[in-house]
Design a protein around this ligand. Structure first.
Ligand SMILES: [Mn+2]
Length: 212
């Protein structure tokens, strides 16, 4: 039987894995809040409809609660809005992860959606890296530039301190391709940032640190 005092001393209860980031430049103003131990509740408005739809998927399938507000210079294009939201979301996730104690750390999976299959493999290592092999076959999804999907994950991986590999094996519909990328990353992230009950308070590295 676990006593009350033992439960209260657990690191999870002592420091919830949450963070809020405010980021402001001449191009964008952003506020992001995350709770890594959430239930996938999202409230996301970036001014870019397709991007909101993708970020909703990222939250829902990672179970990371996300509140995001971005006001960007979308009169130019969506580039700064997407990239800077990736930076702010990555920083929030990194801050919420703290020392990365007790996390599973590694995860990968193949995610299917109709005719499309995409793999995401990641290491929540503190070392940022992105390998992105996703062949879109059109420059746009509606008004959204498909190349911005990579821009988002580049910014996110660099600032979250995550090594991220994404590969679309096959697929023809560009909305499906983008959606499998976000959902595959979300599902892998969900596993990798989960607390491993066999190493609750340990940093999962023989180096003893997961800070970049
Ligand atoms: Mn969709």
């Amino acid at each position: 039987m676990v006593s009350d005092s033992t439960r209260k001393a657990s690191p999870r209860e002592a420091s919830p894995r949450e963070a809020s980031i405010e980021r402001s430049t001449n191009e964008t103003g952003i506020s992001v809040s995350v709770n890594l131990d959430g239930t996938g509740q999202f409230d996301i408005q970036t001014g870019v409809g397709f991007f909101d739809h993708m970020l909703d998927q990222l939250s829902r399938h990672s179970l990371i609660d996300m509140h995001i507000r971005t006001k960007g210079d979308t009169h130019i294009d969506d580039h700064h809005t997407v990239e800077d939201t990736g930076i702010a979301l990555g920083k929030a996730v990194a801050e919420a992860l703290g020392e990365r104690r007790g996390i599973v750390r590694y995860a990968s999976l193949d995610l299917a959606m109709d005719e499309t299959l995409t793999r995401a493999a990641l290491d929540v290592s503190g070392r940022p890296f992105l390998v992105f092999d996703v062949p879109f076959n059109a420059p746009k999804i509606g008004t959204f530039d498909t190349e911005l999907v990579q821009e988002f994950f580049q910014a996110f991986a660099m600032n979250a301190g995550i090594t991220l590999h994404v590969k679309t094996h096959y697929g023809s519909n560009n909305h499906h391709i983008a959606e499998t990328v976000f959902k595959a990353v979300a599902r892998a992230l969900r596993v990798a940032i989960e607390t491993d009950p066999r190493q609750k308070n340990a940093i999962p590295s023989t180096k003893g640190t997961l800070k970049g």
